[in-house]
Design a protein around this ligand. Sequence first.
Ligand SMILES: *[C@@H]1O[C@H](CO)[C@@H](O)[C@H](O)[C@H]1NC(C)=O
Ligand SMILES: *[C@@H]1O[C@H](CO)[C@@H](O)[C@H](O)[C@H]1NC(C)=O
Ligand SMILES: *[C@@H]1O[C@H](CO)[C@@H](O)[C@H](O)[C@H]1NC(C)=O
Ligand SMILES: *[C@@H]1O[C@H](CO)[C@@H](O)[C@H](O)[C@H]1NC(C)=O
Ligand SMILES: *[C@@H]1O[C@H](CO)[C@@H](O)[C@H](O)[C@H]1NC(C)=O
Ligand SMILES: *[C@@H]1O[C@H](CO)[C@@H](O)[C@H](O)[C@H]1NC(C)=O
Length: 613
Amino acid sequence: MLSLLLLTFLCVSYSDQRSTPEDDSYVAAVVEYQVQSNVETNLRNYINLIQDAAFQNADIVVFPEMTLTRGNSVTVPIYGLLKDNPIPALAPELYDEILVSISAAARQNEIYVVINVQEILNCTIPQAEGENCPEQKRYLFNTNVVFNRSGAVIDRYRKINLFGEFTRTPALTPDLGVFETDFGVTFGHYICFDLMFQVPAIQVVEKMNITDVVFSTMWFSEMPYLTAVQIQQAYAHSMNVNFLAAGANNPRVGSAGSGIYSGKAGALVSIMPGQPTTRLLVATVPKVPGEVTGNIVGPIYDSPSVQDNLTLITDPSLPSHQTRLLRNDVEDFVLVDRDVLCHFRVRMSGREGNTAPFYRAFIQDGLHVYAKRNVGDVGCVIVACKTEDPKSCVYKFDDSEGQTSIEELEIKMTSYGKHYNSTLKCNDIKYRYRASAFSGVRSFSGLATGGARVCAIFACTGDTIDTCGKRFDSYSRNTTVVFEQLEITAAVPPPIRNSDLQASDSKYYPISMTTSIMPLKNEQFAFDEVSLLLVNVYSMRLRAATDELYAFGVWGRRFETDGQDPSPPREHDIEDLTTTPAPSTTPSPGSSNSVHKFSAVLLIISIFLLLKQ
Ligand SMILES: *[C@@H]1O[C@H](CO)[C@@H](O)[C@H](O)[C@H]1NC(C)=O
Ligand SMILES: *[C@@H]1O[C@H](CO)[C@@H](O)[C@H](O)[C@H]1NC(C)=O
Ligand SMILES: *[C@@H]1O[C@H](CO)[C@@H](O)[C@H](O)[C@H]1NC(C)=O
Ligand SMILES: *[C@@H]1O[C@H](CO)[C@@H](O)[C@H](O)[C@H]1NC(C)=O
Ligand SMILES: *[C@@H]1O[C@H](CO)[C@@H](O)[C@H](O)[C@H]1NC(C)=O
Ligand SMILES: *[C@@H]1O[C@H](CO)[C@@H](O)[C@H](O)[C@H]1NC(C)=O
């Protein structure tokens, strides 16, 4: 009797944990899942993770893209068999083992589950009833499947924007993924590269009036604007939605990053692991995005040196940007590219101050006359100098001249033997920074193109543009600079709502990235939008000095030019910052033809008015 009572009590209290339509919040879980190929192992892990999520009172758990089936395919007959038998766990003979097992786990744990699978649709057989079959053949799709607490399949979404994936077909019609829940939240959902496009990423929110988005992904992080957590957080911010992002984890190929974000409040929890990881992230999500109450975990950082093992690709359009090297100074200038005007205010300084003595790194590879003999001489050394001029080295200074203490000094030389690398630059171990303006078309890894409008600064490993958006192979401290002030204002054509799609034709995101390959927290910057008559002005401002930045600015997508050829590269300055005087603070020459000059003038006036306010 007692045990029966206890059991009843436990059952009641367990189901009481579920969120209801009246609650102000619900509990979400996302899984960062380490990629492995064995389906049986994955299925077992998934079931355990579903259970873990339920034990932590999650109402919904989201899994990443293609981390369950990979080679295998699943049929998801949502217009056929599933209409009469919506719960695969109750009709196991009709369905694939995967649907049956996940259905059973969702049912047993009374939790909504979103998985991603490779879906097969065999249009040569009558079972394809209710399906759109343009050709009598076999189709493969990249598909999200949603289960409710009873284990019923309640939604199926096919990826619209494939990232390569040449064996698969994009959704035959651009159907949005949307599902309702018993806790009063309606979710939109889509997959990975879809995030970059008007349909579905903008449309599902703006047309369907949705405040909560589920995202399954296997993202290939790209510097400087599109690393995983960076763009997830920026999307949640700009769209003002709750964003449940589950990422496949395979750092060796560049996939990592998951989080739960709430509008302008930023990450309730987020991770960007540089090493193989499976991890369940759980957070209480306010139903009104951004209205966070109570404690949150926030971003969980991996140390920057762990990120050495995370492969990062580089935005191939950087050479097409209008750029300018930044110096350790106070600078205030404008860059213009077609219909984008960027105003920069920067106060940047080196880490260790600019006072004497100066140190210079030398690399030497040559002949030396020593005791009347030619002697081969190879070296990588750091020496003290009197001034910035290399001729003032080596200098023997006395104690009154400098207080520099060298706390850490490590010199690695790769030299003769099997290899000699003539591009090795011992004296070049600090990041340079460039300011950039861009309005044009970029390529996404050669697999698609899309319009972009950007005002940003980013780190480079050298003086030339091809070194930008890159990271040194191994992290070392004090290679970035200190930004005491950083304010970037972008004046751009105002977004226009496409009335057919019921979605904006462009979108602007606050982007930032630090040495841990994570964005700044939302309280560390201010992002504002002002609509003027003919322009929208977005400003992105640092709230406090920061010394770990790789990128910062306003990154926008313009959807109208998607599919066009990428913008060609252009010339970039490679001035020597130690000798050239500061350039004037006018738009760079060659950045605009006469047509664009007119709009540039217009934009400058608007900016001027704005800043005067
Ligand atoms: C599709 O169905 C046909 C007819 O049953 C069958 O012959 C074919 O092997 C199926 N194709 C696949 C890929 O399952
Ligand atoms: C799950 O979905 C099925 C089919 O739509 C429905 O009959 C059932 O009531 C739902 N269960 C819950 C708990 O919402
Ligand atoms: C959109 O949703 C908000 C609340 O989330 C509501 O106030 C508004 O009326 C809705 N608009 C439409 C067009 O459904
Ligand atoms: C990075 O990868 C190397 C080689 O695969 C491994 O030895 C090292 O432990 C990894 N470092 C971290 C921090 O995971
Ligand atoms: C030489 O050094 C550069 C810069 O570190 C590196 O990218 C390149 O791979 C090296 N080449 C060889 C042959 O080691
Ligand atoms: C590196 O920076 C830290 C703080 O950012 C400082 O404490 C340390 O002294 C610096 N080290 C060197 C070698 O400049």
